[in-house]
Design a protein around this ligand. Sequence first.
Ligand code: GAL
Ligand code: ZN
Length: 676
Amino acid sequence: MNYPNVFLHGGDYNPDQWLDYPEVLLEDIRLMKLAGINAVSLGIFAWARLEPEEGRYDFEWMDEIVERLTENGIGIVLATPSAARPAWLAQRYPEVLRCNDRFERMHYGERHNHCLTSPVYREKVRQIDTALARRYAGHKDILMWHIGNEFGGDCRCPLCAQAFREWLIDKYGTLEELNRRWWTGFWSQRYTDWSQIEPPSPMGEVSNPSMWLDWRRFETCQCASFVRMEREAVQAVNGDIPVTINLMERFRDYDYFTLAKEIDVVSWDSYPTWGSGDDMALAANVAMQHDLMRSFKRKPFLLMESTPSLVNWKPHNKLKRPGMHLLSSLQAVAHGSQSVMMFQWRKGRGGSEAFHGAVVSHDGRSDTRVFRDVAEVGQVLAGLKPVLDARNQAGVCILFDYENLWALERVQAAQLGNMRYIDTVLLFYRSLWEQGIAVDFADMSEETSLEGYKVVIAPMLFMFRGGIEEKMRRFTEKGGVLVTTFFSGIVDADHLTYLGDAPHGLTDVLGLRAEEIDALYPEEFNTLVFKDDRDLPLEELCELPRDVTAEVMGVYGSDFYAGMPALTRNRFGRGTAWYLAGKPDPYGMKIVMDMILAEVKLPKADAEIDHPAGVVVTDRGGYRFVQNYSGEPQRVRLLCPMRDQISHNQIEGEWTMPVNGILILKKYTEKEEQED
Ligand code: GAL
Ligand code: ZN
């Protein structure tokens, strides 16, 4: 087994940019050891060096690097170079270049912009992957394959258009069926020949939401089959080496739950703008992304990229403040990461990323602030061995679904083009995260099971698919707590509205039907008024429920729907189904969730730790990661003695955390207590 049972610490290593500097390459190894690096991702953009001309491979330089790394105990996440093609390839085979959404063929340049359909591109990638595998797959220090890089984007070339049509023929069988499910009676859109269908484009048809959904599914499918092709190529020699692709946050192009099936380990690249004002809000978003990544395969993931200091592609590239590198790295570990990897090891001298943060800067020094920060993370990770086997356990499942995301991004309704689905999911997530309540995510695919969870939250599930309404019904019936919101159960998987009352199939479970939805202007708000007259603001969307037999927990405070239910609770079977009609802000959401969770016993990571707002506790299998994102020193109070896995101090009672401080606390076992 090549995949090691340690935390990986390292990052993108691009020696192919430094072949004229042998002394730098030697120095790299010395510095890596100093920084506690035990793994690098190698050769992500090295195609032009590996295959300088068509069919002529040059592996000698890489042999040397691989030897040197392995002699020094540094494992290798070996990349396939498919994310950026050599100039000769594009010149000789223009079909490998993407066509943009105006159907224009792009020119050679940049990266991540090849056609995933092109048979030539697939073949060339397969050949270089095969050659790489033959050369290196026998090596015990190849920890895993890193396929391509950050797959994303669309191509609308003639090959893709044809493949899209074939995909549609396969899906619908007849044009009659497609016309029916795409509702092409609208605007005379009826297709009478498959060849009339083109990829969605502002040059042609762009607003048919059913078509848009199929396009996104098709693009997911193209990417999945491309990844599968690469996987088969690299694993042909040694199937034991696992495969990963590096994913991105708030990504919308492909369905990651589907892509994750093609790989062994999920990894992702995280670049939050720490220090830009509200680190709490940022940390909540990052935490959610980590949990989502863990949920794709329900197992530990890798943090593949992060910056040790700053990025260089935001308008304002702030340095990570002291302590933040350790804190943000361990946040990933808290949520189930088995690595802290960075982009990149050493800053290049040229190219657009010469000023992106790296472990080693242009001065080549190891006595810099950043280098020390990185070395500290290396040291801490090396001491966290026991945490490796600890698993995140969640009693709450939030439904998050890419098809619903696409459906909402194209629906012309309510808050046009700005339905803020991910932000709505985050609102719920944050209210739980702040209280140390662990969360898993699941999508609406057939295989999703809600079994074993105490609470299921379905924010803004505009589309129902995969029988999700049945699953939610059964979940509630059997004693679960279901939370639904405005704009739910309105369209099916074809983006056709259900005929009948909304939310489809759940009106009896919720004890109401949703009749209309009101979109508020940005400066407007309504209120949610509780029975005891407390109230909280509602913004953006307010849905109007009718025929409410559920218990009314809160009503609207103003407008023509003042007094109408805005939060309800319905006993159904042995469980409870909640419905939230309007959208609170993060503060209000916390109050709503407190009310909902009052009846459920859920383990909280902060049960034995009193802490102020701005400090968050996350549990990974009994290890409590206490994280201070408040930007101020904070006092926490431990209700029982615990040991900090970073400092190894025993901590009791009050403890002051510095700005960006982190503790990893573990309760004493009985044995330890006796020894003390
Ligand atoms: C990532 C990418 C890396 C590097 C990095 C810079 O998205 O995978 O290659 O460009 O951004 O932040
Ligand atoms: Zn194409």
